[in-house]
Write a protein of this length. Structure first.
Length: 323
């Protein structure tokens, strides 16, 4: 009888992991994560690690002598030591955004956060509880400048949505190739060297960059101080792109009118975090890519890849150490 492969969850079980477990069925043993024990003490028998946000370090990899695959049911893998895994012959794979509706789910969520912030959703709910009408005053999106930091699939998906509300869309990205301005039809598109200009001119700034050594702390006190008084910050990228203390200060003294956040510096965020108590913060628990359609795609692609590797076939969507 062939050995039953063990698939180890490396964090709390969410809808994606539960769906993967259902799709794999009884041919695999899917093991839950134990938050009371270090991950290095839980992976000894694992053939597959299912990774969301856990740090998969060389210590974790070394603690898993049977490991055959590190599978991310999503895109970003900045928390995985891809180079070390590759050196040990262990493939690290993700599910490219191109397979999950081209980023529309996250783009829609960014628009939702923009609308909820501009329409002062939390303050409106408080007004209902206080039996007040006609308060608070809100803003329209038409004519406002939306500044996109990064121009990947999610950011590009936002462009037609924002234009549908009559917004003017600007963007900065790491490199701007010939013809890109015409292809995107953006009113203004420049390299990241022009970030400060975008911050000064935008009514809404929406972040769409991966977290790496170049982008960690990209927006600190200086950058937030350059934003228009009364501007809004939207973050559906990674919490670490913004300096937490600087953002908290800017929101407390209302230099920023508000923020819409789906990502945080530590997840799950502490419910007692002072950021969540601010009336000008709209927060959601990292659900921008949790549309049911996206969950099904991520789970199906991940389960299929696990089956491929078990069958001795080359994995799909393997990352190279250089990425």
């Amino acid at each position: 009888m062939s050995e039953i492969w063990r698939v180890k969850k490396t964090g709390p079980s969410l809808a994606i992991e539960d769906t993967i477990e259902r799709l794999l069925g009884s041919e695999f043993m899917v093991e839950p994560f134990d938050p009371s024990r270090p991950l290095t003490q839980q992976v000894e028998n694992a053939h597959v690690l299912l990774v969301r946000s856990a740090a998969i370090t060389r210590e974790v990899i070394d603690a898993a002598p049977r490991l055959r695959l590190i599978q991310r049911p999503g895109v970003h893998l900045e928390h995985v030591d891809v180079a070390y895994a590759a050196a040990k012959g262990i493939p690290v794979c993700n599910v490219p955004a191109s397979l999950t509706h081209g980023g529309e789910d996250v783009a829609e969520h960014a628009m939702f956060l923009m609308l909820a912030a501009a329409k002062k959703y939390r303050e409106s709910q408080a007004a209902l509880g206080a039996r007040r009408i006609g308060s608070p005053s809100t803003q329209v999106l038409r004519g406002k400048v939306l500044g996109l930091v990064g121009l990947g699939r999610t950011a590009r998906a936002i462009i037609p949505m924002a234009r549908g509300f009559g917004m003017r869309v600007w963007a900065v990205k790491r490199t701007v190739s010939s013809g890109m301005r015409e292809a995107t039809g953006l009113e203004w598109l420049e390299t990241m060297d022009h970030l400060h200009e975008l911050l000064r001119e935008s009514d809404f700034v929406s972040l769409h960059v991966p977290l790496n050594k170049e982008t960690r702390g990209l927006l600190g006190a200086t950058e937030l101080g350059l934003m228009k008084p009364g501007a809004f910050l939207i973050n559906v990228a990674r919490g670490g792109v913004v300096e937490r203390g600087a953002l908290l200060a800017a929101l407390r003294d209302t230099r920023l009118a508000g923020a819409g956040l789906d990502v945080f510096w530590e997840e799950p965020i502490d419910p007692a975090d002072p950021l969540l108590a601010l009336p000008n913060v709209i927060a959601t628990p990292h659900v921008a890519n949790m549309a049911q359609e996206t969950i099904e795609t991520l789970a199906r692609e991940s389960a299929n890849n696990i089956r491929r590797v078990q069958a001795g076939l080359p994995p799909l969507h393997q990352l190279s150490p250089a990425r």
